[in-house]
Design a protein around this ligand. Structure first.
Ligand code: PLP
Length: 488
């Protein structure tokens, strides 16, 4: 067991020496200074460095290796994004400074809004949402308010495909909508006949259809124009979950497909590290008729300067303090400027990479929807399950090969699902390495399944007893041995 930094602490040991003035800053009144010393580990600089290095070694990130976590678009995050987001002009700006003092930041947000309008085809944009799910909530609040203002409060239902990401029904539900499920057909796409039947059976009651395209199976919804027409003929709005924009940006737009409201996940499509729930951004775009419903303030340009505008007639109000996660906005804008027209290339490469991997792996794993995919594809581990090895175990075994596992057990309509999204970042060599690992695991299922069932073998945390961990969670480290099988 490695020692914690507290166990390495030696009384009186320090990593730095500071003068009296540095320890006692003159801008703080004396009575507010603490008198006792904080209970921090006392270690040398090298021990502090080792501590943080050890922690970072336990983490797996895009910089460690291929991270094919489907639906999450874990692409490389160019370091220039971080460099610019940490510029003093941005980090030292107070969110309550007046518009005149914040012209640079406002200009950046305005220009990002304009870029995202172009990429999505929408007429107006807010940058406030702090994640995809938060953008969904904002979008659904707009839908709700729109029908309220138009005296149609009986539109209380939202149609969502059975393949949808869990946040879609959750966001609709949080806004008080009743969720109606539309089935997928044998091609893995929305069953248009079923959709029609749902509209017919719920005349005047459907507020919106909420979809993503490509869908969570990584398949393009070919009937999207028909779906949009059906929704609009019935007076409903069409909501676009933009988490999968990485397959289509620069090629088509949600607007062309007929969507009225769009959220984007800047932390997916436009490169921001977002493992572990780090800050994200979920801007929302709308068509002209919904412009007045956006949350306030919106960023505008009055011909002279950039301003925060509050007087929107039907605004849903505020959904987030200040301007959202500004640092993520800086990173997204940097990424967009850097790529320019090559955003399209990023989508094309992402789609090519996914299809390449799919073709290499389909002999070894079941592929429920065997057709050209977009930026990701979904395998089924049913064949391996029949031999006693579940998808979860395949995921754990992959870690031994220094790959992050794909998304597993989602979407729910594929049994033993493995959702693989390589992104545009990976070279053919890396894709081949990953395919090789997946193939070796498939062969191991036949020859030596026991080796998979005890994986991972060389990860910092071995197989934990998940039941025990859930029932008897004990996160305190005492002087007791940690075994491989119980999480203590
Ligand atoms: C990631 C994702 C979401 C939710 O976005 P967050 O930014 O994680 O809140 C919604 N829908 C789909 C399809 C997603 O992949």
């Amino acid at each position: 067991m490695t020692k914690t930094i507290f166990e390495k602490s030696i009384n009186g040991m320090t990593g730095v020496s500071l003068s009296e003035e540095e320890i006692t800053p003159d801008f703080l009144p004396r009575q507010f200074l603490r008198t006792d010393t904080p209970e921090l580990p006392q270690v040398s600089e090298i021990e502090a460095m080792r501590h943080f290095k050890e922690l970072s070694d336990k983490n797996f990130c895009v910089e460690s290796g291929l991270y094919p976590l489907g639906s999450c678009t874990m692409k490389y995050n160019p370091k220039v994004n971080e460099y610019l987001a940490s510029s003093e002009g941005f980090t030292n700006l107070h969110p309550m400074q007046c518009d005149d003092d914040a012209q640079g930041a406002l200009e950046l947000m305005y220009k990002l809004q304009e870029a995202l309008k172009k990429i999505t085809g929408m007429d107006a944009m807010t940058l406030h949402g702090s994640a995809g799910a938060h953008g969904e909530l904002c979008g659904m609040m707009i839908v709700k308010h729109y029908f309220k203002v138009n005296n149609l409060p009986e539109r209380k239902k939202v149609i969502i495909p059975d393949s949808a990401h869990g946040t879609n029904p959750a966001s609709a539900g949080m806004c008080g909508f009743e969720v109606v499920k539309v089935n997928s057909n044998e091609k893995g796409q929305v069953d248009v006949e079923h959709l029609k039947a749902l509209f017919d059976g719920n005349k005047g009651k459907i507020a919106a259809v909420m979809m993503t395209n490509p869908n969570t199976l990584g398949l393009f919804e070919e009937k999207i124009s028909d779906i949009a027409a059906i929704a609009h003929e019935n007076g409903a709005l069409l909501y676009y979950d933009g988490a999968n924009l990485n397959a289509i940006m620069g090629i088509t737009t949600p607007r062309k497909m007929g969507f009225d409201i769009v959220h984007l996940n800047l932390h997916k499509t436009f490169a921001t590290p977002h493992g572990g729930g780090g800050p994200g951004a979920g801007p929302v775009g709308v068509v002209e008729s919904l412009k007045e419903f956006l949350p306030v303030p919106v960023i505008d340009f009055n011909g002279e300067k950039y301003i925060r505008k509050y007087d929107l007639k039907n605004t849903i109000g505020k959904i987030k303090e200040f301007q959202g996660n500004f640092g993520v906005l800086v990173k997204a804008y940097t990424y967009i400027l850097m790529k320019g027209d090559a955003l399209k290339q990023a989508s094309q490469d992402a789609v090519l990479n996914a299809n390449y991997l799919k073709e290499k792996l389909k002999k070894y794993y079941d592929l429920p929807y065997d057709c050209t995919c977009m930026h990701e594809f979904v395998l089924s581990g049913d064949r391996q399950k029949a031999k006693g090895v579940h998808t979860l175990e395949i995921a754990k075994r992959l870690m031994d090969y220094r790959f992050h596992p794909p998304t597993v057990y989602f979407p729910l309509i594929v049994s033993e699902a493995m959702m693989i999204e390589p992104t545009e970042t990976e070279s053919k060599d890396r894709l081949d390495d990953f395919a090789q690992a997946m193939i070796e695991i498939a062969q191991e299922v036949e020859q030596n399944p026991q080796n998979i069932l005890s994986a991972p073998h060389n990860a910092p945390v071995k197989r934990v007893d998940e039941t025990n961990a859930a029932r008897h969670l004990d996160l305190k480290k005492e002087d007791k041995e940690c075994t491989n099988t119980t999480l203590k």
